[in-house]
Ligand binder design. Structure first.
Ligand code: 8YV
Length: 328
């Protein structure tokens, strides 16, 4: 006899094909309005869901988890980052947390590389000049950006996305440097041609370009503090496609104002969707609306991972993408 269908509550709309499949496999409750759940809606959802499928727009904190009904057995996050979920609180209640690793790696690395190119070569600024009818003809000295070939890129966080960025960066002739909790294996280091820096401060002060590719945790909150930002070379460019909390945004806007940094490319923000006003309106600051995994293919694949995790659980097995592998 097959297992009973789990009640799966989705907090946001997911790609059509994902929702259709979820309805076939589970007792799925969709959020057809696609309005983020407010606190009351989240509290009600954890009272009826066997499986909650949240996204980054949901704060799944300790008190929400503590107030969940006994039927809540799994939080199957649609996304790789789980910093919006209190994992310890979930573990304490024996609630399994899964995510969607791997399937958004290449797309997020593409976006990091795009920001590096956009800021270095003034692409957004140039497009605006044309769109506003201000292009009056080529001149030898106008709109010059910075060459990439031969420059030093420092990658902070050499996980899947950091490595995918390193591969792209090599193809652009960049010298790859990285800081990580520990060095990657010698085989990967050799493949990437990457140089390890144990000391983040030292690496930051020597790089032409810096990309943040590590998760947001309590240890990485404001990793780029005012003090660290002050270490950057004035010609340095910083891009962040990871999490806004990694940077002290007020300090970054000060650095932009005092020209302590040459350019910034951000896809994520400390208080998303709010953006520090000091970062707005600068031609050398390119701001995107959290597009890292925003391709049709990645979003479908992310949905497929959620389905695979929930289906495995419904069948009585350990879901493949458990954030804490030891669980269950
Ligand atoms: C996702 C992301 O789209 O997966 C992640 O961690 O940052 C995004 O690209 C988002 O988290 C969806 O929940």
């Amino acid at each position: 006899m097959s297992n009973p269908r789990l009640k799966v509550v989705l907090t946001r709309r997911l790609p059509d094909a994902v929702e259709t499949r979820m309805r076939e496999l589970f007792d799925a409750e969709l959020n057809l309005k696609d309005v983020p759940f407010d606190r009351a809606a989240l509290e009600a959802a954890v009272q009826r869901a066997d499986v909650l499928v949240p996204t980054i727009t949901d704060e799944i904190d300790a008190s929400l988890i503590a107030g969940a009904g006994d039927q809540l057995k799994m939080i199957a996050n649609f996304g790789a980052g789980v910093d919006h979920i209190d994992i310890d609180a979930a573990v304490a209640r024996q609630i399994i947390v899964t995510n969607t690793p791997g399937v958004l790696t290449e797309d997020t690395a593409d976006l990091a590389m795009s920001l590096i190119l956009a800021v270095s070569r003034r692409i957004v600024e140039g497009a605006q000049v044309v769109a506003e009818g201000r292009f009056e003809g080529w001149t030898p000295t106008w709109m010059c950006g910075r060459k990439l070939w031969g420059k030093r890129l420092g990658i902070v966080g050499m996980g899947r996305i950091g490595q995918a960025l390193a591969r792209r960066a090599r193809a652009f002739g960049l010298q790859v440097h990285y800081h990580n909790r520990k060095p990657v294996s010698p085989r990967i280091e050799e493949e990437l041609g990457a140089t390890y820096w144990d000391d983040l401060d030292q690496m930051l002060s020597r790089m032409d370009l810096i990309s943040l590719n590590c998760p947001a945790t309590k240890d990485t909150h404001h990793l780029l503090s005012a003090e660290r930002l002050a270490r950057l070379q004035p010609h340095a460019i910083l891009v962040n496609t990871a999490r806004g909390e990694l940077i002290d945004e007020a300090a970054l806007s000060d650095a932009v104002a005092r020209r302590g940094i040459a350019g910034v490319g951000l896809d994520v923000y400390e208080h998303e969707p709010a953006i520090h006003p000091g970062l707005l309106g600068h031609p050398n600051v390119v701001l995107l609306p959290h597009l890292g995994s925003a391709t049709l293919e990645a979003r479908q694949d992310m949905g497929d991972r959620v389905i695979a995790n929930v289906m495995t659980f419904q069948n009585g097995h350990r879901p493949p993408d458990r954030v804490i592998p030891a669980m269950l």
